[in-house]
Design a protein around this ligand. Structure first.
Ligand code: ZN
Length: 326
């Protein structure tokens, strides 16, 4: 009788507009090996799939063997988990509908699952990160914009058109800052990267307090948080105001969804305590009272370089095992 061996590794692939990253990940979320190549170097989808296939087999053979790989998970913008296709991605080189999961499965001979990046980031937090063991939680990506994904009773809530979780475009202020989405006063225009810079400019204009921000021609959210570290009072005030408004937005979100945790990822989350502490304080002051003190509002603990491939690998564990070689 042939013994059934349990395969303890998967491959996570993150397809970005600039770079395709891929890694071997074990059951505990350890990244065994990783590498990358430039996505735009392969404008022909067949050549791209060929390159990805070669890369996966190569990294597996060099690190414990291809036979140890259970499945592959892929994160990609505009990806449909249901169809396994990339559908009309705006910024990727391949137009129309690309049945990527099927194309890759045919070549690799093992199961391949495809999902969009927001969903996979949340799955990564559920499997390896701060949402471990949770059924109801929100994962936010705060950077250039503010996106989110939330899980309800262990499953992602997607909504009728798949747009659930667009907290960035909920109205925080009537007739407020104009948003690229066409609305005014969206939460995103106050708490995402450009909004933080705008708040800084408003503060600089309304006060005489000395600040190094006055000497910087092109301010950005990262520079402002670095100035917080140096003790710049006005820079700290920028994040205090940002956190105050962010806390209001998250309190509204939590009051509707009632999550166990809200986990913040993305470039702006690197501001650390300067953002987190005022956000938590404002959150507690605005959330429905029966949830007060019960919702964990925190920053992701996953390594930034690894988060995307870990999220993709979490999807790989969810897909049913399949092998051409059995
Ligand atoms: Zn908007």
């Amino acid at each position: 009788m042939q013994a059934t061996s349990i395969k303890k590794r998967v491959i996570g692939v993150d397809i970005g507009n600039a770079v395709t990253s891929y890694a071997i990940v074990d059951v505990r979320g350890n990244v065994i090996a990783h590498d990358q190549f430039a996505t735009p170097d392969y404008p022909d989808i067949n050549r791209y799939v060929e390159k990805l296939t070669e890369s996966i087999v190569e990294i597996a053979e060099a690190n414990g063997g291809y036979e140890a790989i259970r499945s592959v998970g892929i994160s990609c913008p505009s990806a449909s988990h249901t169809s396994g296709c990339i559908e009309n991605a705006a910024n990727l080189p391949w137009k129309g509908i690309i049945p990527l999961a099927a194309m890759l499965r045919d070549r690799l001979g093992i199961a391949v699952a495809l999902g969009n990046d927001a969903h996979n980031t949340a799955l990564g937090e559920k499997m390896y990160g701060s949402a471990h063991g949770m059924k109801n939680f929100i994962v936010l990506n705060l950077g250039v914009g503010l996106g989110s994904c939330f899980f309800s009773e262990g499953h992602e809530h997607q909504g009728a058109q798949g747009y659930a979780g667009e907290i960035g475009h909920t109205c925080l202020k009537d007739d407020g800052r104009p948003c690229p989405c066409g609305l005014k006063g969206c939460l995103e225009t106050y708490v995402a990267a450009a909004g933080i810079v705008q708040t800084a400019k408003e503060l600089l204009a309304e006060s005489d307090t000395p600040s190094k921000m006055r000497d910087i021609e092109h301010l950005d959210a990262k520079t402002i948080s670095a100035l917080c570290d140096e003790g710049d009072e006005l820079a700290i005030e920028v994040y205090r105001r940002t956190g105050y408004l962010f806390g209001i937005g998250l309190a509204t979100y939590a009051s509707i969804v009632n999550p166990e945790a809200i986990i913040i990822t993305g470039g702006v989350s690197h501001a650390g305590k300067w953002l987190l502490e005022p956000t938590q304080e404002s959150f507690e002051n605005h959330v429905f009272r029966n949830m007060r003190g019960k919702v964990l509002v925190t920053l992701s603990e996953l390594n930034d370089q690894e988060r995307d491939v870990l999220g993709a690998s979490a999807l790989a564990w969810e897909v049913q095992e399949y092998s051409l070689f059995k």
